[in-house]
Design a protein around this ligand. Structure first.
Ligand SMILES: Nc1ncnc2c1ncn2[C@@H]1O[C@H](COP(=O)(O)OP(=O)(O)OP(=O)(O)O)[C@@H](O)[C@H]1O
Ligand SMILES: [Mg+2]
Length: 417
């Protein structure tokens, strides 16, 4: 609605502006033409008076937008015409460059031509560019005046209009920017709404499971066989772990929102961190008969880093590799040294990521949409957290992936940030 209304009203404003601009130009042009015609007909009058002739009814003709023909049909001297034109034009403040030419009235051949620049003033009225002593043989002559810079002159006279057009352009640019921000904001709020839905749902499942298990324990008390009691306790413990992990994730987001992340950097063994994060995932991998192969080839593997955040980041990537593998996960981890740093690559043979959306996966809340099927849960926070952490270590992260073939996340971390 906003876009439609805004486009409509801006379109209207622009049309009105163009309409008035056109009108103002025409009015200025009319005024100019009128002044020139009066100046020229006065000139003709003077020339005829000298030759003791009477004027023809319409001596001035406008040949084109910027050229005028004066039909004198009388002897015209270059010197005389030059002075008269300068006098008449300057009286009307027509201080704009022009060319004039004297033509033979019979066959329109040019007898004399001259260019007069714009800056002539009263005192140099008689200063000449061409040799004005050129005499035309006796006979009947006309003359033409051309204004090569007519349009520029008219635009210069329209300063107010130009200014208002510029203001309008500024308004349009400002408006475009506002619209862009609104759309951006809208997208973010939609994503946030999604996230909250998602989170409530995610938290509800373990809470419900814990409620049921504890209720059973409470109601049946000592009557329950010990194996069953054990099982319910286990459920409560596991679901509680899940809850903890989810709350952790939301806290990670809060961390992301902070402008400056407090990192405590120490000498850290990257290979150790990889092992630690794998350890965290091992139970899930075991359940799904997952395979992990490690080729830790970097010979120098200690870097200045915050071990807690970096482990979380690596865990997030491994977590994705497991989550987005529909069959039993096959994860390959390798490291090597590269340009004063370490390159880590984590590859899986899972779902893969389409080329078009690869650039979005590091955005906060972004999840690749799979239609209405939500078989893999998540908040879309993991990779944006990873990216923030890697950047805080002056490193970089990128992804190579093909749909249904698998994904390979590569990280570069410098030894010393
Ligand atoms: N290894 C992978 N294979 C296939 N798709 C992936 C992989 N890693 C990430 N993605 C896609 O990128 C999206 C963003 O990943 P991210 O880790 O940021 O969010 P999430 O896993 O959906 O949620 P969270 O990690 O917050 O629980 C995922 O929704 C998924 O579609
Ligand atoms: Mg994830």
């Amino acid at each position: 609605m906003i876009i439609v209304l805004a486009t409509f009203s801006l379109g209207g404003l622009v049309t009105v502006q163009l309409f008035w601009l056109n009108k103002a130009f025409k009015a200025e042009e009319k005024e100019f033409n009128f002044s020139v015609q009066v100046a020229l007909s006065n000139t003709v009058q003077h020339l005829l008076e000298k030759a003791d002739l009477t004027a023809t009814p319409k001596p001035i003709k406008q040949l084109a937008s910027s050229s005028f023909l004066a039909e004198v049909n009388a002897p015209v001297k270059a010197q005389e015409l030059d002075t008269l034109l300068k006098y008449e034009f300057s009286r009307r403040h027509l201080t704009i460059p022009y060319e004039y030419g004297i033509l033979n009235a019979e066959d329109d051949t040019l007898m004399f031509g001259n260019y007069v620049p714009a800056t002539f003033k009263k005192q140099n009225l008689l200063e000449n560019q061409a040799d004005l002593t050129t005499t035309t043989p006796p006979g009947h002559y006309n003359f033409v005046v051309v204004f090569p810079d007519k349009n520029t002159h008219i635009f210069n006279e329209m300063q107010f209009w130009i200014l208002s057009t510029i203001v309008l352009l500024v308004v349009i640019v400002f408006f475009g920017y506002t619209l862009y921000s609104i759309l951006q904001e809208k997208r973010l709020s939609e994503l946030k709404a999604d996230f909250i839905n998602n989170m409530t749902h995610e938290l509800q499942t373990p809470i419900t499971n814990i409620a049921i298990a504890s209720e059973v324990l409470k109601n049946s008390g000592a009557n329950l066989p010990s194996a069953k009691t054990q099982r319910y306790h286990e459920i409560i413990f596991q679901e509680n772990e899940r809850l903890k992990e989810q709350v952790e994730r939301v806290l990670q987001m809060a961390e992301l929102e902070k402008k400056e992340m407090a990192l405590t950097k120490t000498q850290t063994n990257v290979h150790q961190l990889l092992q630690d994060s794998l350890q965290r995932l091992s139970l899930r991998l075991q359940k799904r008969a997952g395979k992990v192969s490690c080729h830790l080839q970097a010979s120098q593997f200690t870097i200045q880093a915050d071990s807690m955040h970096l482990t979380n980041a690596l865990y997030n990537i491994l977590d994705n590799a497991e989550k987005y593998s529909p069959q039993s996960p096959e994860i390959q981890i390798s490291t090597r040294n590269y340009q004063k740093g370490i390159l880590i690559s984590i590859a899986d043979k899972g779902l893969g990521i389409r080329k078009e959306v690869q650039s979005y996966i590091f955005d906060t809340f972004y999840r690749v949409s799979t239609g209405n099927v939500h078989n893999v849960r998540g908040f879309g926070l993991g990779l944006s957290y990873v990216k923030t952490i890697i950047h805080a270590h002056q490193g970089s992260i990128w992804v190579n992936s093909q749909e249904n073939q698998g994904s390979c996340f590569e990280l570069y971390l410098p030894f010393r940030a």
